[in-house]
Design a protein around this ligand. Structure first.
Ligand code: INI
Length: 159
């Protein structure tokens, strides 16, 4: 007997998304947001099905993403920020807590939370990943959100 494959498609018509975006490093994060919006629009998502929530920095993302996941309004939450290594250990605390906090939310809520958080050594590396040289990680994060939202719908419809 042929095996069964389950995977999410890349159509976002009828799905709802929340995008959490940080103001910190806004030169980078505004580009990540543009990339994410481009991906959602191009996969068919209606403008009124997209909610953008702005937060001060990566540190503040988990509590806000959790609230959105619990709201029962969104098929996926997309988190966009950039943590850039400086001279102090601040980077490790902020990046570490953001990753740890965001990682727990899908497990607690069943709503996919996509980690569109850049962690780079300098601004140039971040810009490269925000539409300059190495693609746009905001676009990639939104495509992952679309796939995961569809996958979760399929898994929930299995009888
Ligand atoms: N927040 C970021 O999103 N990226 C950073 O690189 C960063 N650095 O390096 O400090 C950063 N700090 C702010 C932090 O997220 C909080 O907003 C702040 O500590 C207030 O709680």
């Amino acid at each position: 007997m042929a095996y069964k494959t389950i995977e999410g498609n890349l159509e976002s018509k009828g799905l709802k998304f929340a995008i959490v975006v940080s103001r910190f490093n806004s030169l980078i994060t505004s580009r990540l947001l543009e990339g994410a919006l481009d991906a959602l629009r191009r996969t068919g998502c209606a403008e009124q099905d997209i909610t953008v929530v702005r937060v001060p920095g990566s540190w503040e993302m988990p509590v806000v993403a959790r609230e959105l996941a619990l709201a029962d309004q969104y098929d996926a939450v997309i988190c966009l920020s950039a943590v850039i290594r400086g001279e102090t250990p601040h980077f490790d605390y902020v990046a570490g807590e953001a990753a740890k906090g965001l990682g727990q939310i899908p497990l607690q809520t069943g709503i996919p939370v996509v980690f569109g958080v850049l962690t780079t050594n300098n601004v140039e590396q971040a810009l490269d990943r925000a539409g300059i040289k190495n693609g746009n990680k905001g676009f990639d994060a939104a495509m992952t959100a679309v796939e995961m939202a569809n996958l979760m719908r399929q898994l929930r419809s299995i009888k």
